[in-house]
Design a protein around this ligand. Structure first.
Ligand code: RIB
Length: 310
C-alpha cells in the first residue's frame, strides 16, 4: 500500500485582488478600494489546501523564468509542498480578481507558462518519479486539454484515482470526465457540462446523475451556501453547508473544498465524510479575504468538525 500522497497538476502564478462596490459593466471604469497580491491558481491553491491538512503533496506545473515563478517555488516549499516546476520561456500565469460588496468575484486569467506545460513534460523522468509515489491525483481545467488528458491517462496507467475539478468549465474535453474517478464541479459548471443554458435551472441531482453516468462514476456538486450533493454508486447524499461567520470573499472556496476533499480521500476517508470536512474548510475560507491566504490549517478545520467525520 502506498503512503497517502496527493499529486496536484495545475496552474500556479500571481494574482492581483481588487475590491470594488460593484463589478464594471462593459465599457465602464470603476474605482477599487483595496489592492493586494497573492500567489494562486486553482491547482496551486488546491495543493496548499491539501498540504495544510497534513497530507504529503506534490504540485506539478510550469512557470516562467521570472520573479513570480521564483516566488511560487518558494511559497510551495515553505508550505512543505514538493514543487515540481518546469521552467518555460513565457511569463508565469497572472490573474486579475475583482470582488464586490456581496463577496462575489470575477476572475480573468492569463495562463502563460502554465498553459504551455506539455504531455511530454508530464512524461519526463522527474515528473513521473513524483507521480509514481502518488496515491491520488487532483486536476482542474486550467491546463491545456492535451495535458489534462495525458494526466488522466497517467492516472489510469499507474492505477491512481483521479479527482477532476472541471473549473473553469469552458472547453472541458469529454474524455477527461470519463478518464477521472470523481468529478467535482460547482452547480454552474455542472450545468454547462450537461449542456443546460444560463436561464435553465435543473435540479442538482439530475446533474450529478448525468455526470456520474458519463464515466466518472462518482460526482460531488458544490452548491455554495446550500452545501454539496454527492453521488456514489448511484446513491445520492446531501452535505450541509458550514457557516462560520460572514462571508467576505468566496474566491478559492472551490479550491479549498477540492484540496481538502482529496486530502481526506488520500487518508482513506469515505467520500461523504471527506465532503463534510471539505465543506467545513470552505466555510472557514470564505470568511477571509483572498484565495490561498484564506485556506485554513488542519487544526482549524478539525476544531469545527464533528468527531465522526475525522
Ligand atoms: O479559484 C481561484 C483561482 O483562480 C485564483 O487563485 C486565480 O489564480 C484563478 O486561477
Amino acid at each position: 500500500m502506498k503512503q497517502p500522497k496527493v499529486g496536484v497538476i495545475g496552474l500556479g502564478g500571481q494574482s492581483a485582488f481588487m475590491a470594488a462596490d460593484h463589478f464594471p459593466a462593459p465599457g465602464e471604469t470603476i474605482s477599487c478600494q483595496k489592492l493586494f497580491f497573492e500567489l494562486g491558481g486553482k491547482g496551486y491553491n488546491q495543493a496548499i489546501a491539501c498540504a495544510r491538512m497534513g497530507v504529503d503533496t506534490v504540485f506539478i506545473g510550469a512557470v516562467g523564468a521570472d520573479d513570480h515563478g521564483k516566488a511560487c517555488r518558494k511559497e510551495l516549499e515553505d508550505e512543505g509542498i514538493t514543487a515540481c516546476l518546469i521552467q518555460k520561456n513565457i511569463p508565469t500565469a497572472f490573474a486579475v480578481i475583482t470582488t464586490d460588496q456581496s463577496s462575489e468575484n470575477t476572475v480573468s486569467v492569463f495562463g502563460g507558462a502554465a498553459k504551455a506545460l506539455t504531455p511530454e513534460d508530464l512524461r519526463s523522468d522527474a515528473v513521473m518519479q513524483q507521480l509514481r509515489q502518488c496515491s491520488y491525483l487532483l486536476l482542474q481545467n486550467e491546463l491545456s486539454s492535451s495535458c489534462l488528458l495525458e494526466a488522466c491517462k497517467i492516472g489510469q496507467e499507474l492505477a491512481i484515482p483521479v479527482v477532476f475539478n472541471p473549473a473553469p468549465a469552458e472547453n472541458v474535453p469529454p474524455e477527461a470526465i470519463g478518464g477521472s474517478t470523481l468529478i467535482t464541479p460547482n452547480y454552474g459548471e455542472a450545468k454547462l457540462l450537461c449542456g443546460f443554458g444560463e436561464t435553465e435551472k435543473p435540479v442538482a441531482q439530475q446533474l450529478a446523475e448525468r455526470l456520474a453516468a458519463r464515466g466518472a462514476g462518482s460526482a460531488v456538486i458544490t452548491l455554495g451556501a446550500e452545501g454539496a450533493l454527492v453521488i456514489e454508486q448511484g446513491k445520492i447524499s446531501k452535505i450541509p453547508a458550514f457557516s462560520c461567520g460572514k462571508p467576505v470573499d468566496t474566491t478559492g472556496a472551490g479550491d479549498t473544498f477540492n484540496g481538502v476533499l482529496t486530502a481526506q480521500l488520500a487518508l482513506g476517508k469515505p467520500l461523504c465524510q471527506a465532503a463534510c470536512v471539505a465543506a467545513v474548510a470552505a466555510g472557514i475560507g470564505v470568511t477571509r479575504p483572498g484565495a490561498a491566504g484564506s485556506i485554513p490549517t488542519g487544526a482549524e478545520v478539525k476544531a469545527y468538525c464533528k468527531e465522526e467525520w475525522l
